[in-house]
Design a protein around this ligand. Structure first.
Ligand SMILES: [Zn+2]
Length: 219
């Protein structure tokens, strides 16, 4: 192992053989570091030269592991199709990308080809912070709205990283503790509760995923 990286929701483990292990944890996968014993759902075991063992445990098997030549990773399969990282989004680029699209902005923000690695929680929170209704047609957002949206995405991600990651039922940091960002959600998973503006958070389903938003302050 010569280094670690990440692209979107793919983790990268570089080796000195010129190959990179590209993994996706799916919904429930996690690495167990120096496990005492192997468990039923440990699908892959890696041992480094220093003797550290890493077991990839994934009870639901939604994850993936591929070995790819390191100099081809950026163009490889699903990684090659990824849009920019959320922290490197350029408002003008995004505006160009959304031009003419009639799909709801919420749905397109979950498309990894437009923004890489932005999950449902962050999309809901960023749209709320930018005061943009999730059903708005993406191609009809003003330059001003897109500017607010890109800023909001950057802020939400930065705060989540600062707080130690988000939390879902199965989410755990490598030390097993849950992340803390959940305590700061403004709309996510808060259906029927009060928004800071005095409105009431509503839940709808878009593209098979829950959207939480405030109809009063998001237009
Ligand atoms: Zn509100």
């Amino acid at each position: 192992m010569t280094g670690l990286g990440r692209r979107g929701k793919y983790g990268l483990i570089h080796t000195d053989r010129g190959d990179t292990l590209v993994f996706h944890l799916g919904m429930s996968g996690k690495w167990r570091i120096d496990p005492q014993d192997l468990l039923p759902h440990d699908h892959l075991l890696i041992e480094t030269e220093e003797g550290t063992r890493l077991a990839l445990n994934d009870p639901r098997r939604f994850g993936s592991v591929d070995l790819v030549p390191t100099d081809e990773v950026e163009e490889w399969g699903p990684v090659g199709e990824l849009g920019p990282e959320p922290t490197q989004l350029d408002p003008e680029w995004l505006r160009e990308r959304l031009r003419g699209r009639s799909a709801p902005i919420k749905t397109l923000l979950l498309d990894q080809r437009i923004v890489a690695g932005l999950g449902n929680i962050y999309v809901c929170e960023a749209l709320h912070r930018a005061r943009i209704g999730p059903r708005r047609a993406a191609g009809r957002l003003s330059r001003d709205s897109i500017g607010r949206l890109v800023a909001a995405i950057g802020e939400v991600i930065a705060e989540a990283v600062e707080a130690g990651g988000s939390t879902l039922r199965d989410f755990a940091r490598p030390d097993g503790e849950l992340g803390y960002f959940s305590k700061r959600f403004a709309v996510y998973d808060r259906e029927g509760r009060a928004c800071a503006c005095g409105g009431k958070v509503r839940r709808i389903v878009q593209g098979g995923r829950s959207t939480f938003y405030c109809p009063k302050c998001q237009r």
